[in-house]
Ligand binder design. Structure first.
Ligand code: NAD
Length: 310
């Protein structure tokens, strides 16, 4: 299985890493996070069912998983047999009825509370009593989402980082009602995927995004106010603060719709004007220029190399 980016594990150890009580993982939402979560779960030996609203989305997700597995093979992080086994463990569906035998269901759909609540209500009607429910939300209250389900004690936040196969961290967020057995299973599950965990309390945007997204929002304000251009802001933060990528590149990578949702959760949840979303961020989202996944955000990705979109 994959552990981080630099170590190679023989495929023979794949199955042995699974958490004993978790055999099958269901993932709702096959976007950039959902396909990454499906990828690492299947690579680590779990059976995976991945769902989304349309077959097109699912086909696109499978294409991305295959591309990313091929990249790992080219870098000798995995073996050819891992690709075949991983692919064989993943099934795709637009029908949540296929979650009837999952032991862990991870919601990784669009960052809207109403969407997530609706998904959990559908899941509760289908999954067995023992199933743990998890959300990959970047910012929304885990306690609140849990309270809309029939099992708040078996509900937890598993916040993966993007891109999931490469990023080592998983933030674990316990809701008020999450019980110890669920927390222990979450830690063991993260470990089985080769992730390092950190605990965050259930306050808006947890740790990573509480710090990261306001920084990105501030970079967008710098652009909005004409302090710098897209390129000068990104270059300044790469070379001046030693960030591996500039904040506007990173915003495009995360998705501007997700960045805006997180700022709104921070603004609403903490009632501090320092969290007001930059109007320019709102405008880009209104235009549908939500970043890399849309082909255009602060940069235009439709040519051979990204160029500032305006
Ligand atoms: P995305 O836009 O790439 O994918 C979201 C997917 O959810 C889409 O394919 C959409 O069709 C699907 N979806 C929407 N409603 C659905 C429903 N009712 N049932 C099934 N699928 C549905 O977004 P993403 O970047 O993958 O983010 C997904 C979640 O992960 C969000 O909660 C986000 O906050 C969180 N997250 C994102 C990042 C990041 O860097 N992008 C990092 C960590 C966590």
């Amino acid at each position: 299985m994959l552990r981080g980016t630099s170590e190679v594990y023989p495929s023979s150890c794949l199955k042995e890493n699974r958490v004993v009580n978790i055999k099958k993982v269901g993932i709702v939402g096959a976007g950039q996070m959902g396909n990454g979560i499906a990828h690492i779960c299947a690579l680590s030996g779990y059976d995976v069912v991945l769902s989304d609203v349309s077959q097109d989305r699912l086909d696109q997700a499978l294409g991305e998983i295959e591309t990313n597995l091929a990249r790992q093979l080219a870098r000798e992080l995995i073996q050819l047999s891992d690709i075949e086994q991983t692919r064989a463990r993943i099934s795709l569906t637009t029908d949540l009825a296929a979650f009837a035998n999952v032991d862990l269901a991870i919601e990784a759909a669009t960052e809207r509370r109403e969407t997530k609540e609706q998904i959990f209500s559908q899941l509760c009607a289908v999954v067995p009593d023992h199933t743990i429910l998890a959300t990959n939300t970047s910012s929304i209250s885990v306690t609140r989402l849990a309270s809309t389900t029939d099992r708040p004690e078996k509900f937890i936040g598993l916040h993966f980082m993007n891109p999931v196969p490469l990023m080592k961290l998983m933030e674990i967020i316990r809701g008020l009602a999450t019980d110890q057995a669920t927390y222990d299973a979450a830690i063991a599950f993260a470990d089985s995927l080769g992730k390092t965990t950190t605990n965050a309390e259930d306050y808006p945007a947890f740790i990573v995004n509480r710090v990261l997204i306001p920084m990105i929002n501030e970079a967008i304000y710098a652009l909005y106010e004409g302090v710098g251009t897209v390129e000068s802001i990104d270059t300044a933060m790469r070379l001046g603060a030693n960030h591996p990528m500039g904040p506007l590149t990173l915003a495009d990578f995360i998705g501007l719709d997700t960045c805006l949702s997180i700022m709104q959760v921070l603004h609403d949840g903490l009632a501090d004007t320092k969290y007001r979303p930059c109007p320019l961020l709102v405008k880009y989202v209104e235009a549908g220029w939500v970043g890399r996944k849309a082909g255009r955000g602060f940069y235009d990705y439709r040519g051979d190399t990204p160029v500032p979109s305006r």
